[in-house]
Design a protein around this ligand. Structure first.
Ligand code: ARG
Length: 462
């Protein structure tokens, strides 16, 4: 097939270059967006009189026919085509003749591809947001049923202070809520319509850019043609939001992997979300979690790839930018799959509150509360810290817990201790007392869940 741009060339491109530069194998994913963009362009060209009504109508109908065939799965995509844009234009001309050759009036592939990718990015943001909302709703539901499930909170992966499973889950709620904010922002960034930028310097035709934005559902038009064709920030925003979201998923997965070990034993994955070993009959491995953790690296790689492609690129369009798509598609596919799988895995996992509570009861998670108790009896905090530490030391030597010490033993370190100490340093009391906004007390977590529910109810996928 002779190239649509072959006018000034004396010989055909090398087969090597054809293969090297072709993007149809991956940008065919943009076919629907490309057709919708072209339909809007031709409609507008007809309205402003750049195309005759008849030509515009023939083009629109031709493109709609291609779209119908595509959606019915009967369009065979010519792998010889240089890219999806050339494919559509050639096919249109084959189908409707001369009028097809007028479609590209006032447009360049540079603003066309920018448009297609922005449209596609908006869809991807919407899809990711819907998946995040599912996960967020599940976290709220799980948190509600574990308001009183005590477990140890950790720092340095050493037991620190008692918390509840609801509180721990709501920490993830906050992370994924911020992720949703980042995808909503990436959507807003992509929601700017670039047609009319031409190759780089705009166009001489009286295009109605606002009308194009309206036809295509964009809320703004780009304000500088050079930037309009060479900006891929919106993809970088998507990729960085995806990387941060994967990072959050990887932290959660790492915890579930730990919690499902024999050593922790606080969660059991559903059989549907674990795999066995070909040699060790007893094995049940949390593969889904491990894969999400592993795929995080892949999404970071996609972000680094595009950052590096864009680094030091002179204005305006450069073919380097064709490399944006595979990284973007891969990150979207990976993130969507991870979110979908992770949410179902979490929904079916079984937590073990009894094991969690037993674990919280060992390891002196109430030692800070013992110090705080002493402060209440007038001991300066630094001294109280030392006394509590000394009692912890005694317990470690004798393999006991603070709550197992007698009043005499406690008074040997601090005469001010009274009978009420046992109530004060019970795990329930430790949690209950931390009732400031953001604390683990069931009341505080309940309020946090309520705010989460209200926020979620206000979100409508863009
Ligand atoms: N396939 C190209 C891309 O993805 C489309 C734009 C080509 N523009 C050009 N001037 N060669 O970037």
């Amino acid at each position: 097939m002779s190239k649509l741009w072959a006018g000034r060339f004396e010989k055909p491109t090398s087969a090597l270059l054809d293969d090297f530069q072709s993007s149809i194998s991956f940008d065919r994913r943009l076919l629907r967006c490309d057709l919708l963009g072209s339909i809007a362009h031709a409609t507008m060209l007809g309205e402003v009189g750049v195309l005759s009504r008849e030509d515009a109508q023939a083009i629109v109908e031709g493109l709609q026919g291609i779209l119908t065939d595509h959606e019915a799965g009967r369009l065979s995509i010519d792998q010889e085509a240089e890219d999806v844009h050339m494919f559509v234009e050639s096919l249109l001309t084959q189908r409707i003749g001369e009028a097809g050759k007028r479609l590209h009036t006032g447009r360049s592939r540079n603003d066309q591809v920018a448009l297609d990718v922005r449209m596609y990015a908006k869809e991807c943001c919407g899809n990711v947001l819907a998946l995040l909302y599912d996960l967020l709703a599940l976290l709220l539901e799980l948190a509600k049923s574990h308001l009183h499930t005590l477990m140890p909170g950790y720092t340095h992966l050493q037991k620190a202070q008692p918390v509840t499973l609801a509180f721990h889950l709501m920490a993830y709620f906050q992370m994924f809520r911020r992720d949703a904010g980042r995808f909503a922002a990436a959507h807003e960034e992509a929601d700017v319509m670039p047609l009319g930028s031409g190759a780089l310097a705009g166009t001489t035709y009286p295009l109605n850019r606002e009308r194009l934005a309206e036809l295509l559902g964009f809320s703004q038009v780009t304000d500088n043609a050079m930037d309009g064709v060479s900006d891929r920030d919106f993809l970088l925003s998507f990729l960085s939001a995806a990387s941060i979201c994967m990072m959050h998923l990887s932290r959660f997965c790492e915890e579930l992997i730990l919690w499902s070990t024999n050593e922790f034993g606080t969660v059991t994955m559903d059989d549907g979300f674990a795999t066995g070993s070909s040699i060790m009959p007893q094995k049940k491995n949390p593969d889904a979690c491990e894969l999400v953790r592993g795929k995080t690296g892949r999404v970071y790689g996609d972000l680094m790839a595009l950052l590096t492609v864009m680094k030091a690129l002179p204005l305006a369009y450069n073919k380097d930018m064709q490399e944006d798509k595979e990284a973007f598609f891969d990150a979207f596919d990976t993130l969507a799959k991870c979110l979908r799988t992770f949410t179902e895995m979490l929904r079916t996992a079984v937590f073990h509150p009894d094991v969690m509570e037993k674990s919280a009861a060992r390891g002196f998670t109430n030692a800070t509360d013992l110090a705080d108790y002493l402060v209440g009896k007038g001991v300066p905090f630094r001294d109280a810290h030392h006394i509590s530490g000394a009692l912890v030391g005694k317990c470690i030597r004798e393999n006991r817990q603070l709550l197992e010490l007698s009043l005499e033993e406690l008074r040997a370190e601090c005469p001010g201790v009274e009978e009420d100490v046992y109530q004060a340093i019970s795990l329930q009391a430790c949690v209950q007392r931390r009732s400031l906004q953001g604390g683990p007390a069931p009341d505080a977590v309940c309020r946090s869940i309520r705010r989460g529910e209200e926020w979620l109810a206000r979100q409508a996928a863009p």
